[in-house]
Design a protein around this ligand. Structure first.
Ligand SMILES: [Cu+2]
Length: 140
């Protein structure tokens, strides 16, 4: 192999692939940072007033505890404490709702007003929901 001319173009194309991959990764990371993990929170209006219930979750790689919860309808406060790494919490079908990212040892919370129904919550950090960071919230 040493001294051969052939490996050069191969190496060059491999380098280009790596650079392209890094560019994509950087773009994805940038998007995640800018918009709070892919959820557009700009139009979300947090309900005023005291919650009828506070739901406290612990978050670690890659699980919420508890991951099956129930609550009465009305204003709920969802509170997330990270016991490992960085996580957040969004709810499918509740546009803009996001408990912001917390790193290990931190706690954050956000209120949401929910009608009776079954909701699915998840961590928006890329790959986390697929790895199991999700759960079900039954309201009503
Ligand atoms: Cu997560």
């Amino acid at each position: 192999m040493a001294g051969s001319v052939e490996p050069r173009p191969r190496r060059r194309s491999r380098t280009l692939l790596v650079l392209a991959g890094l560019a994509v990764a950087a773009a994805v990371a940038g998007t995640a940072c800018g918009s709070g993990g892919g959820v557009d929170t700009s139009k979300y209006v947090e309900p005023k007033g005291p919650p009828v219930k506070v739901l406290a979750f612990k978050a670690k790689n890659f699980k919420f505890t508890p991951d099956q919860v129930s609550a009465p309808s009305g204003i709920l406060e969802l509170e997330v404490t990270s016991t490992e790494a960085t996580h957040d919490l969004a709810i499918h079908d509740v546009d803009g709702f996001l408990v912001p990212k917390v790193s290990q040892g931190q706690t954050a919370s956000k209120k949401v007003e929910l009608e009776a129904g079954t909701y699915h919550f998840y961590c928006t950090i890329p790959g986390h929901e697929a790895a199991g960071m999700k759960g079900t919230l039954v309201v009503g």
